[in-house]
Design a protein around this ligand. Structure first.
Ligand SMILES: *[C@@H]1O[C@H](CO)[C@@H](O)[C@H](O)[C@H]1NC(C)=O
Ligand SMILES: *[C@@H]1O[C@H](CO)[C@@H](O)[C@H](O)[C@H]1NC(C)=O
Length: 314
């Protein structure tokens, strides 16, 4: 009698756990909808991620948080939120895009409402530009019609064909109800190396003068860039397009990283694999990167190759 009772309890507990698991499984595979259940900005989560996982980017962290807060709290926004992320590769532009996606869409980058385009990958052949152009316009139109809170990430903007940039432009403008579709809740993020040299030069100067990178203000870099980079006669089409300031709400510079930031990246990478952090390995890996100039103040590739270097040790 006693044992029967115990087995009944065990069965019902098991059933309950199974039910929970099943429920969780159904939830995670359930179709994603364009509503608050699936799309909600977790600004606190994003702030925490920036603090714990993004290194050396005090300007980017601040501007992005403000921009997202501002646009989500302004129901009368007149245009989509457009941000252009600039800097050398390995400084965190792609990483930041992923963190934004993760703190806005429950499915992060896997959300069907997040669209990532890489110029050289998705639009590689010049002879098909017309086709790419009409596809891209159809897709942006189609996707925003289905979900106003869609996000589009364009990587390698500096390598993008002018025809494609022109195809995107109309969507970024004040477009209350072009073709009956409301683009104002959409988010466009552009990534490029444009201005990277200037940002690097400026950062180096600050460090050489014994000042902290945190003393650099957005306004200084903006000024620097607008007077030089964006004014070169041989500048790329993306740079020229950027001058039309109404297209881009926020210009976001990513500073080149120092040794200590690379070390932080290594630690984060090791921790994310659930391994124990050994400071000697951290230093060894960070030291194996290439730094510039002679004084070796800044990392050439930022944290770009950290993951593959960590592979060698674990
Ligand atoms: C949405 O965009 C994707 C590309 O990211 C495209 O394949 C798809 O056809 C688009 N959907 C609509 C409805 O246009
Ligand atoms: C851009 O360059 C032109 C010619 O070199 C110069 O006259 C103009 O002042 C520059 N613009 C800015 C914003 O510096």
């Amino acid at each position: 009698m006693e044992s029967q009772h115990i087995s009944m309890v065990i069965i019902s507990v098991t059933a309950c756990v199974l039910g929970l698991l099943l429920n969780k499984y159904i939830n995670s595979t359930k179709c994603e909808d364009c509503d608050e259940n699936w799309i909600t900005l977790d600004i606190k989560g994003l702030e925490e991620d920036f603090t714990n996982k993004l290194f050396g980017q005090h300007i980017a962290s601040e501007v992005i948080i403000k921009a997202l807060k501002g646009s989500s709290s302004n129901p009368n926004s007149q245009k989509p939120l457009t941000m252009s992320l600039h800097g050398y590769s390995g400084t965190g532009k792609n990483f930041v895009s992923r963190l934004i996606a993760q703190n806005l869409y429950r499915k992060g980058l896997d959300s069907k409402y997040v669209h990532v385009f890489v110029s050289t990958l998705h639009f590689p052949h010049v002879q098909f530009i017309d086709k790419y152009q009409s596809n891209l316009q159809k897709w942006i139109h189609g996707n925003v019609s289905q979900c106003a809170r869609s996000m589009f990430i364009f990587d390698e903007m500096d390598k993008m064909h002018p025809g494609l940039i022109n195809a995107i432009k109309p969507f970024l403008d004040y477009s209350s109800d072009v073709d009956k579709v409301d683009y104002r809740k959409a988010i466009f993020i552009f990534l490029s190396n444009t201005g990277g040299d200037k940002i690097s030069e400026f950062t180096l100067n600050v460090l050489m003068n014994g000042k902290e990178r945190e003393s650099i203000k957005l306004s200084q870099l903006e000024e620097e860039l607008s007077s030089t980079v964006f004014n070169k006669s041989n500048s790329g089409f993306w740079q020229t397009a950027l001058i039309q300031s109404n297209l881009i709400d926020h210009f976001i510079p990513f500073l080149p990283l120092e040794f200590k930031h690379v070390e932080s990246c290594v630690r984060a990478e090791i921790a994310s694999r659930g391994k124990r952090i050994s400071e000697s390995i951290v230093t060894t890996i960070a030291s194996s990167m290439v730094y510039y100039p002679e004084e070796k103040l800044l990392s050439q590739k930022g944290c770009k190759t950290v993951a593959s270097k960590v592979n060698l040790y674990f």
